[in-house]
Design a binder for this molecule. Structure first.
Ligand code: PMP
Length: 359
């Protein structure tokens, strides 16, 4: 009894990971974690294989080559890029550095679970702010700010809703925050939006905005765990003080560098995703399952009730199709379906049609 964790830690629910198997079913397709169905680019795979020659060496502590590549591709200042173990780690650094007991960390009601986990892990108070029609509500976020607000997280496009808000709305949010608060723009799905700068120009123009990005989604490297952040020099300097010097391995650094330099691959994945996402949303609508316009690599399918969503989920699993129940995100009547390759999209649309027909 004398050994106790810090306050807040026991309020964290254990993360329910996406499953990859269904007992007794072969030919399983996993459409539950927003992974790129095409995997990573060949250039990234080559770099991964070559990194075997560096296994006995400690990795670079300053990530200079990867930061330079990211900066070159996106037109950024490499000194203001920080790399981490997925964008999850950048979110963790931000909470560790800027929030503690008595401080408030804001995010939207259907926002990504890591914001709450990271806030509770540092003893801060997580504050969930209502959305409007499953979309980030800037007025509600501004109204929820207090003198204790330290961090405001929004994902744009958002997970699990797939919706996004305009650059003007994001800028209005940044401008309206109290002086001690940082706006964190989570751009995990930014590459799926054609011609979108993901808020990088806002980061450049403001002293209170940080962006996070990931190699887990369009780059197809979720298994390797690499993300990055971009922000004002003063904030990135703070985050680098708590970043472990060897947080990324040679393999992660070299693979990510090759991946970010292969923008042709990114462009191909973006257009294939847009085509199939459109097809999937239309196919689901045609069998009576609507969704909001998604700008990401998944569709949030809405059912009449939580019971119907659960029954459909069970039916899909029996067919070897794993999608995501989003009850944890307080959307129990929805299923989040990753846009897979063409065959998977057809399979899941057909199965949902069967489900609606056989009911
Ligand atoms: N932000 C959002 C909105 C996400 O959906 C995810 C992945 N599910 C992440 C961040 C974290 O991604 P990673 O740690 O793999 O970079």
């Amino acid at each position: 009894d004398a050994i106790r964790p810090q306050p807040g830690i026991m309020d964290i629910a254990l993360y329910e990971g996406g499953k990859a198997h269904v007992a007794g079913v072969s030919n399983v397709v996993k459409l539950s974690s927003n992974e790129n169905p095409f995997g990573p680019s060949d250039k990234a795979k080559d770099a991964f294989a070559k990194s075997v020659h560096q296994l006995h060496r400690y990795p670079s502590t300053d990530h200079a080559n990867l930061r330079a590549a990211i900066a070159e591709v996106h037109g950024l200042d490499a000194a203001r890029v920080i790399c981490g173990v997925g964008s999850d780690e950048i979110i963790t650094f931000l909470c560790q550095a800027y929030a503690g007991p008595g401080d408030e960390v804001l995010y939207t009601e259907h926002g990504f679970l890591m914001y709450k986990i990271s806030a509770l892990a540092v003893g801060a108070t997580p504050v969930e702010v209502k959305e409007r029609e499953r979309t980030t509500d800037v007025d509600a976020l501004l109204a929820a700010c207090t003198e204790r607000t330290k961090l405001v997280f929004i994902a744009n496009p958002n997970n699990p809703t797939g919706t996004m808000i305009s650059a003007g709305e994001v800028a209005r949010l940044a401008r309206g925050l109290p002086p001690q608060a940082i706006l964190v723009l989570d751009g995990a799905y930014a590459e799926y939006v054609d011609g979108f700068d993901a808020g990088l120009s806002l980061v450049e123009a403001s002293g209170n905005v940080v962006m996070t990005r990931t190699f887990s989604k369009i780059y197809g490297l979720g298994g390797l765990r690499i993300g990055w952040g971009y922000g004002p020099k003063a904030i990135i300097d703070v985050l680098n003080r708590i970043r472990g010097p060897f947080n990324l391995s040679n393999t992660q650094l070299e693979t990510a560098e090759a991946a970010v330099r292969d923008q042709d691959f990114v462009t191909r994945c973006r257009s294939e995703n847009a085509r199939l996402r459109h097809w999937l949303a239309e196919a689901l609508a045609a069998v009576g399952v609507p969704s909001d316009t998604s700008m990401a690599n998944f569709v949030l399918a809405r059912f009449a009730s939580a019971e119907e969503a659960e029954a459909c989920d069970t039916f899909l699993q029996q067919q070897g199709l794993i999608v995501r129940r989003v009850a944890g995100y307080k959307l129990p009547h929805c299923l989040r379906i990753t846009v897979g390759d063409e065959a998977s999209c057809r399979r899941v649309a057909h199965a949902i049609g069967q489900f609606k027909g056989v009911k």
